[in-house]
Design a protein around this ligand. Structure first.
Ligand SMILES: Cc1ncc(COP(=O)(O)O)c(C=O)c1O
Length: 426
């Protein structure tokens, strides 16, 4: 603004605002975002002062005392790392630690994998499973532009939003048979057949989130045949290897079968749940290639993508996983601890089921014990789920998903009584 003397006078931001001019430095144009459906529930749980409150919204393992767990094998690995004077805090390369990546490949594809023997898998260390999904989406955007990623309906909500934010087209395929609380195989196969040849199909490697319903071996084989005939690329999201059945090999059945049968694959891998390394952000993104030369080119491009996203991944979590996977004793201890976590969850399913039967809660509850992995898709309606939160202080998702990992001997009866109440009265 000019003064009478013709010199510039400073203009206050409030004056600009009253003149209807928005100053960019005020960021008044930024609307408040809604809370994240999963992380937002935990924020509400933290703020709740009711002593009965229970958090079964977030997929994080709890001990039977309701406490977060650091695995013994992880503590031991950390001690080894701390005592190792040859380690330093220098940067990793963009693709991460190559020894770690090779161990992760074996865990996914198996020790005897022909693909690995032939050097046909490109793998980069990532910021856990979410980072792997985002890296994969960036890769699709550059090297398969316009190709849609087909995602199960329902799914872990971030699958859709990652594709959205990365600018990758995505579409749903049918997965859930609401009436029978089971897999809608016919609907799924129809949608995979109707997708254009060479589409990308996101599959949950084990312990489907949120339904807890995985295809049987026979159903996986049928899915594979359709994907093979259509030339689809299958993207296994492996966030729960070992959590579904307690066995790493069983939970890798579909991925290994598809790999053996020569289907082109993407794999996003997370060590959040099975190693309890949630906040350490440890994972990988892999893809299968036609030749070992292509693996080199693909890795060089992934280096560039990563360089411009976050430069290079953190070291500590990958060092933990590397130490455990390469030490036979620690590896066995980890497998035992993984089995113990999955058994505790299975036990809680049984206790919750028995209690609902004892209360004669209306409806069938067999799905609670049939479903596997961290979650139970209870079948509660959005209104009933809301009442669980608002009336009973049991924080679960609006789609009826309960994290069984948060159910304990101490709260299971309270949860069952609350379910009984909302089913009868809401
Ligand atoms: C299906 C699925 N994929 C990926 C992830 C990624 O989790 P994180 O980024 O913590 O590894 C999760 C976490 O809940 C998940 O459920």
């Amino acid at each position: 603004m000019l003064s009478r003397a013709g010199t510039m006078m400073p203009v206050s931001r409030s004056l600009l605002r009253t003149m209807g001019v928005r100053s960019i430095g005020d960021w008044a144009n930024v609307p408040a975002a809604p809370l994240d459906p999963i992380l937002g529930m935990s924020q509400r749980f933290q703020a709740d002062t009711d002593p009965r409150k229970v958090n079964v919204s977030i997929g994080a393992y709890r001990t039977d005392e309701g406490k977060p767990l650091v695995l013994n094998c992880v503590k031991k690995a950390e001690k080894i790392i701390l005592d190792n004077t040859t380690l330093n805090k220098e940067y990793l390369p963009q693709r991460g630690d190559v020894t770690y990546a090779a161990l992760c490949q074996k865990m996914l594809f198996g020790e005897d994998s022909q693909l690995l023997k032939d050097g046909l898998v490109a793998t980069a260390q990532t910021l856990s499973g979410t980072g792997a999904l985002r890296l994969g989406a960036e890769f699709v955007k550059r090297y398969a532009p316009g190709t849609a990623v087909y995602i199960s309906s329902p799914t872990w909500g971030t699958h859709n939003s990652i594709m959205d934010q990365a600018g990758v087209p995505y579409k749903p395929y049918q997965y859930w048979d609401k009436e029978n609380r089971n897999l809608n195989l016919a609907g799924m196969l129809d949608d995979l057949k109707a997708a254009p040849d060479g589409s990308i199909i996101m599959l949950h490697a084990a312990a489907h989130n949120p339904t807890g319903v995985d295809p049987t071996k026979d159903q996986w084989d049928q899915i594979m045949e359709v994907c093979k005939a259509k030339g689809h690329v299958c993207w296994f999201d492996s966030a729960y290897q070992g959590f579904a059945t307690g066995c790493l090999e069983k939970d890798a059945y579909a991925l290994r079968k598809f790999a053996e049968n020569g289907l082109p694959l993407f794999v996003s891998q997370s060590f959040a749940k099975n190693f309890g390394l949630y906040g350490e952000r440890v994972g990988t993104f892999s893809l299968t290639c036609g030749s070992s030369d292509t693996v080199k080119s693909v890795m060089s491009q992934m280096d560039i993508i990563i360089r411009n996203l976050y430069s290079n991944p953190p070291k500590h979590g990958a060092n933990i996983v590397k130490t455990v996977l390469s030490d036979p004793e620690l590896y066995q201890e980890w497998r035992d601890e993984l089995l113990a976590m999955s058994v505790r969850i299975q036990d809680m399913r049984k206790v919750l089921f028995d209690e609902l039967i004892r209360l004669e809660t209306p409806g069938s509850w067999k799905h609670v014990t049939d479903q596997i992995g961290m979650f139970s898709f209870t079948g509660l309606t959005p209104e009933q789920s809301k009442a669980m939160v608002e009336k009973h202080h049991i924080y679960m998702l609006g789609n009826g998903r309960v994290s069984m990992a948060g159910v304990t001997s101490g709260n299971v009866k309270y949860i069952a009584a609350a379910i009984d109440d909302v089913v009868r009265n809401v």
